[in-house]
Design a protein around this ligand. Structure first.
Ligand SMILES: [Zn+2]
Length: 538
């Protein structure tokens, strides 16, 4: 299998969208239908070197195919591909359910979690790191990643990805995830997101700021969460956490209003209090640093101007208040990265708010001007993708920790471009990022647990390692290859000469290449929800 000449989307292809596969041989390729009839033939394929993997590769566009089973043939090699209506419903639902498996502070019951059931974890009150006499019950939320920490900014960004997936592409989000709230009248993607939002509200301090994170002073060993009983602490407040949570809560106030007026009001009040704190602390930004003696994730963002920008956009959208529009315009004038959707750079979420949601209502600066700027900026990921042999929107020197975030963030940017322009080159390039995540990559691996014939089996994820079950918890996406911030052990195993896109170990200790994280799941859900919503059969 390692030497297969084909790299395909192992979760299948969607009827109604182009079928694209990678071939690593300058030979003749045919596609046969189920009965063995050739329906496509490409001769003398010209491969080119993909610099990130050093593979000699060519992307084959097989056009749109009716639902069915097909076989790609090249010499003696044959590989089955599947084309289905609503092809990515299942993987999208699994990625949303992945958040359920990350729930903290509650029992995961057998009826919802099956073999991955476990007792409630992290249910004790937490002390304030700076003043241990202050203790609060701050239970709930999602474990952030492979560890058991809960981080405000990353959690707020993940929740926002999911809320926008629902807001923009409701038909693509699936439903009936079999979570405890299923059937309560609210869509399950919003039920799941609310589990995080309820926790986020508890992370707000009386002064309006948000604690940066809720963690222990060190990472747990590879034990089940309910066995992790050392004390947790509310770590100091931070500007970035407060900005991201402010934006997220303002967005939540709009998204949840039709179902839960009380919650929508509480969310908006929280956002306003956070904004008041941000205004009071406009000039005193310092990046969050772990206090002395704390060794959990730092998420030390170097600036808060993008979080403030996103928050102002969302508060304007939630209230219509001209003061927030003015604030957003002023922050926009400072320069914002409109194609970034990660935990650190959140400018893309402000762009989503104004360009995809508010549209003309955002006004001449936040719509007309921003649209022009965004369309120009989103040419960059398309260019990167077109220069990659696999169509991957990541330059060869950009394979860092959680490379999947940049790749799927670029997919989100190209989807937003398509929504604004209808450009098919943008949409197809965005789709190739999904193809990458689901198997069309040099490693021939599907990065989502539970999917693909060649799949991730040993993610850096404590429950998956500690539960004694061979298969990892399903519906989690691996961060993927990372040659920039690599552990010495990974470097030693792979060697300096291994190309960046191959710098990956499907091994539990390799947090540097094979961790999971909620905001990698959520940005992938966003892209999948879009393609699910537009890939209905004709
Ligand atoms: Zn927990």
């Amino acid at each position: 299998m390692e030497h297969s000449v084909f790299r395909i989307n192992q979760a299948g292809y969607a009827a109604g969208l182009p079928v694209i596969a990678a071939v690593l041989a300058g030979d003749t390729v045919t596609l046969e239908d189920r009965e063995g009839n050739p329906i496509f033939k490409a001769e003398e394929i010209r491969t080119e070197t993909d610099e990130a993997s050093m593979d000699s590769v060519c992307l084959l566009d097989l056009g749109m195919l009716p639902a069915g089973e097909y076989t790609l043939c090249c010499g003696n090699e044959r590989r089955k591909i599947f084309v289905r209506a609503k092809a990515w419903r299942e993987v999208c639902s699994a990625l949303i359910k992945g958040f359920y498996y990350q729930r903290c502070g509650c029992e995961l019951k057998k009826e919802h979690a099956g073999i991955y059931a476990h007792a409630a974890c992290h249910t004790n009150p937490a002390a304030d790191w700076a003043d241990r006499t202050v203790r609060c019950l701050v239970t709930g939320g999602w474990h952030d990643a492979g560890d058991y920490g809960k981080y405000t900014g990353p959690g707020a960004v993940a929740a926002a990805h999911l809320m926008y997936a629902w807001k923009l592409f409701p038909a693509g989000c699936g439903d009936s995830l079999n979570i405890p709230e299923t059937g309560n009248g609210m869509p399950d993607i919003l039920n799941e997101t609310k589990y995080e939002l309820d926790w986020l509200l508890k992370m707000q301090r009386p002064n309006g700021a948000f604690h940066h994170k809720l963690t222990k002073d060190h990472f747990a060993g590879f034990i089940m969460p309910e066995e992790d009983r050392d004390p947790e602490y509310m770590m100091p407040e931070s500007h970035c956490a407060t900005g991201a949570a402010c934006a997220c809560m303002a967005l939540a106030s709009r998204v949840y209003r039709p179902w839960n007026e009380g919650f929508a009001n509480a969310a908006l009040l929280s956002a306003r209090r956070a904004w008041a704190w941000l205004e009071k602390h406009d000039g005193d930004f310092t990046p969050f640093r772990n206090p002395e003696g704390v060794h959990t994730g730092q998420y030390g963002d170097r600036k808060d101007r993008d979080e403030r920008f996103w928050a102002a956009c969302e508060l304007f959208a939630a209230t219509g208040d001209e003061g927030f529009r003015k604030a957003a315009e002023d922050l926009y004038a400072e320069g914002q990265q409109l194609t970034s959707f990660g935990w650190a750079d959140v400018g893309g979420l402000g762009a989503l708010c104004c360009l995809a949601d508010l549209k003309e209502k955002a006004g001449p600066v936040l719509y007309e001007k921003m649209k022009k700027d965004f369309l120009a900026a989103s040419e960059a990921p398309l260019k990167t993708a077109s220069e990659s042999g696999y169509g991957t929107a990541l330059g060869k020197d950009m394979y860092g920790w959680g490379s999947i975030l940049t790749i799927m963030g670029n997919a989100a940017a190209m989807i937003l471009n398509f929504l604004l322009t209808g450009r098919e080159d943008m949409r197809n390039a965005a789709m190739n990022q999904l193809n990458y995540a689901l198997g069309m990559n040099t490693l021939d691996i599907c990065f989502v647990t539970g999917f693909g014939e060649k799949r991730v089996m040993h993610p850096h994820h404590r429950p998956s390692a500690a539960d004694g079950i061979a298969d990892p918890v399903p519906g989690l996406i691996s961060g993927g290859p990372n040659k920039k911030w690599t552990y010495p052990a990974t470097k030693e195993k792979l060697g300096e000469d291994t190309p960046p896109a191959r710098f990956f170990l499907d091994e539990t200790p390799s947090a540097d290449t094979n961790e999971i994280a909620v905001y990698w799941n959520s940005i992938t859900v966003f892209a999948l929800a879009y393609f699910n919503s537009c890939s209905m059969p004709e």
